[in-house]
Design a protein around this ligand. Structure first.
Ligand SMILES: NCc1[nH]cc(CCC(=O)O)c1CC(=O)O
Length: 318
């Protein structure tokens, strides 16, 4: 760890297994030291996440450590960051994005189509709940939180030895989370993004630093296409003035210079949805992500998205 300057970069992260799994490769590439920052949200497991005002509580503790100079940068799951910019801080790098798709982890290798009538499926996300019900109105979708290992531990058949009250036929979660924890083999189906868009910036990381004190080394972990697509997706969320609990899926794609953004807003019970998609050459405009997001969000609102679904902040994370 002896950098030429004498001291390694210090990078702050939450201490969950997922947070450590995603921060470690970035820190290794930078030769940086990982500093685990405890937050109220990590300490107090008994309080529902919604009572903290979404995931903001985790972010606040990390940002305080960064602003206090205890660390030089932070690594966040980008989808867990509020869209409002933080005073004095900036997103200094977005590493190459992982899989943005949602995965089904079902008992006995089952896919969504083959789950029995009335199957119990766990998710804490209003978007995922609406998407499940849109496919299969017969499903019994139940709330779910806790870390990925806890969630997977609830999936099994009647003979799996799981408390019947807790037992689920399947759960839906981010493929990126499964991959990072080395548990991708437990995915029994991966939902293609076109019919099943996911949370803005799902699968992407954000490296945050103090404005005016961005370590130069962070440039080496920045991946422009990942930044552009994650920013475009988050810009749709911001334009809709939506919170992390909004039943909204967004998918952006950069293909040969063409930036494509598609967003879908769902009725909470999955009975209806609205979609808008636009594309433009990224080189043609100053802010292609913002420009496309404005078009997509404007079109959704014109179609009645705010009447179809509760878009405002609050509630569980997706
Ligand atoms: N909502 C919590 C959350 N925040 C980030 C991930 C992991 C995947 C990612 O980096 O987007 C997850 C788990 C999940 O949604 O299943």
């Amino acid at each position: 760890m002896t950098a030429a300057s004498g001291s390694a970069l210090r990078i702050g992260t939450r201490g969950s297994a997922l947070a450590l799994a995603q921060a470690t490769p970035v820190a290794e590439k930078l030769g940086a030291e990982l500093v685990v920052i405890q937050s109220g949200g990590d300490r107090d497991r008994s309080t529902p996440l919604a009572d903290f005002g979404g995931t903001g509580v985790f972010v606040t503790a990390l940002r305080e450590a960064l602003l206090a100079g205890e660390v030089d940068a932070l690594i966040h799951s980008y989808k867990d960051l509020p869209t409002a910019p933080a005073d004095g801080l900036e997103i200094a790098a977005v590493p190459r994005r992982a899989d943005a798709r949602d995965a089904l982890a079902a008992r006995d290798g089952l896919t969504l189509e083959h789950l029995p009538q009335g199957a119990r499926i766990g998710t804490g996300s209003p978007r995922r709940r609406a998407q499940l019900l849109a496919r299969r109105a017969d499903l019994d979708v139940v709330g779910l939180r806790g870390n990925i290992d806890t969630r997977l531990g609830r999936v099994g058949g009647a003979d799996a030895g799981i408390d019947p009250e807790r037992r689920l036929d399947a759960i839906v979660l981010a493929a990126a989370g499964l991959d990072r924890l080395g548990r991708s083999a437990e995915a029994t189906e991966l939902f293609p993004l076109d019919p099943w868009p996911t949370a803005p910036a799902q699968g992407a990381l954000a490296v945050e630093a103090r404005t005016g004190a961005v370590p130069r080394a962070l440039r080496s972990v920045d991946h422009q296409p990942s930044r552009l697509t994650a920013e475009a997706e988050r810009a749709v969320l911001a334009r809709l003035e939506a919170g992390c609990a909004a039943p909204l899926g967004v998918h952006a794609l950069l293909d040969d210079g063409l930036l494509f953004v598609s967003a879908r807003v769902y009725a909470l019970d999955g009975s209806a949805h609205l979609t808008s998609s636009h594309a433009m050459y990224a080189a043609d405009v100053r802010d292609p992500a913002g420009e496309l997001a404005a078009r997509v969000a404007g079109e959704l609102l014109d179609q009645g998205a705010a009447e179809l679904a509760p878009l405002g902040p609050g509630g569980a994370a997706s």
